[in-house]
Design a protein around this ligand. Structure first.
Ligand code: ZN
Length: 390
């Protein structure tokens, strides 16, 4: 999530807005103005809009305070925070590294909900001080703003404490399990499993309420449950991958039997003799024994079929300059992160300008699959083969 509009820096942290923020801010302002129109019939149009817009803006200020609490605690405990981005569904803090210990994880995670709860109860108390009669509808502009902000922040703080990844509560739970078990991977697995149970309860409760006549509200709860379920599953998968490949280098798992093709070969010949006969998905293109680029079925598909005879592999390939190259010493986890970040499925492994092999996401996942089937650690014996020239 990258910000489109930069607002400035706080404590060295870049604060930004994503475009989607404007959509949700407008929605909040519209629904608030409609609400104020109905409950305060003596208010003029301009008063309604000023209060509605002010509430919407202040809501995002309180969201920013929630994120800042995470970030500032992270900074205080030595983690590097680069940016906070506000978007349609809230905010994200870009914290460069994972928490090194359970205590740090706990304080960074709980700082946000604590901030929201303090802001929420503070706003409600201030509203009471300004003459708001609980639990009735506030009558003045300032109390209307404060009561709405108060309730939404208390709800936000409480919602974020639900022990399901990736909510703050999931991280708090993980840090507690981590402190008890002294095992970071195991604590993530346990926290993710508990997150799935919580998510299931949400879905069950939502569907139950829907059939008991709660209508849309019930479906909304079920939807939140489904979102939590999905998030818990992916964090579980993530920890499996991290645990399996920790400390493993690309050279141990790359495929060395990489078929190469000369850049002057025509696409038609390449398709007939390589693509359709080897079952491989990725081919190294060489120009006088030097790696020039990679070609995959995707690149071939981008060229119209009638031009395959007149186009060379060199023209259709992705040239070396556009590829992200790794060395045999690159950790597998870094390679996976790079593939995900650049949205590619394979990376050429190059040492001293010559191709050593190729790592592909699907092959790494197969290694992971084989490992979990046999309940073994990832093999540490590199397959000794040579790049086969063609
Ligand atoms: Zn948070």
């Amino acid at each position: 999530m990258h910000s489109n509009i930069k607002l400035g820096k706080i404590s060295g942290i870049e604060i930004g807005l994503h475009y989607s923020w404007f959509i949700i801010a407008a929605l909040i302002a519209f629904s608030l103005s409609e609400h104020f129109r109905q409950v305060n019939r003596n208010w003029g149009t301009s008063q309604i809009w000023i209060v509605a817009l002010l509430t919407a803006v202040l809501f995002f200020v309180t969201l920013l305070l929630h994120e800042l609490s995470h970030s500032l605690v992270a900074q205080a405990r030595g983690l590097k925070v680069t940016a906070i981005t506000l978007f349609a569904l809230g905010g994200v803090s870009q914290i460069e590294s994972d928490a090194p210990d359970a205590k740090t994880e706990f304080w960074v995670a709980i700082a946000g909900p604590i901030a929201s709860l303090i802001i929420g109860f503070g706003c409600l108390a201030l509203a009471v001080g300004l003459g708001w009669q609980r639990p009735g509808e506030p009558r003045t502009g300032p109390t209307s703003v404060l009561v709405w902000l108060g309730y939404i922040n208390v709800a936000l703080g409480a919602f974020n404490l639900i022990p399901g990844f990736p909510l703050d509560g999931g991280r708090v739970l993980r840090s507690i399990v981590w402190a008890i078990t002294k095992n970071a991977d195991r604590s993530t697995r346990i926290a993710a499993r508990i997150g799935q149970v919580v998510a299931f309860l949400f879905i069950f409760d939502g569907i139950w309420q829907f059939f008991s006549g709660a209508g849309f509200g019930g479906l909304w709860i079920a939807f939140i449950g489904w979102f939590l379920m999905d998030a818990a599953k992916s964090s579980y998968a993530q920890v499996e991958i991290t645990a399996a490949f920790r400390g493993v280098r690309v050279s141990e798992l790359m495929s060395r039997h990489c078929v190469t093709v000369n850049c002057s070969t025509s696409l038609q010949e390449f398709v007939d003799t390589c693509l359709l006969t080897t079952g491989q998905r990725c081919f190294a293109v060489v120009d006088q024994d030097r790696l020039a680029g990679l070609i995959t079925p995707r690149d071939v598909g981008a060229i119209p079929r009638e031009s395959w005879d007149s186009t060379t592999v060199g023209e259709a390939m992705r040239p070396l300059e556009e590829l992200h190259i790794i060395t045999p010493d690159t950790p597998v986890l870094d390679a996976l992160r790079l593939m995900a970040g650049k949205d590619v499925n394979q990376l050429p492994v190059v040492a001293n300008g010559s191709l050593q092999g190729i790592v592909s996401r699907s092959e790494l996942m197969q290694v992971l699959h084989a490992r979990s089937e046999l309940q073994l650690p990832v093999a540490h014996h590199p397959n000794r083969g040579q790049v086969t020239a063609r």
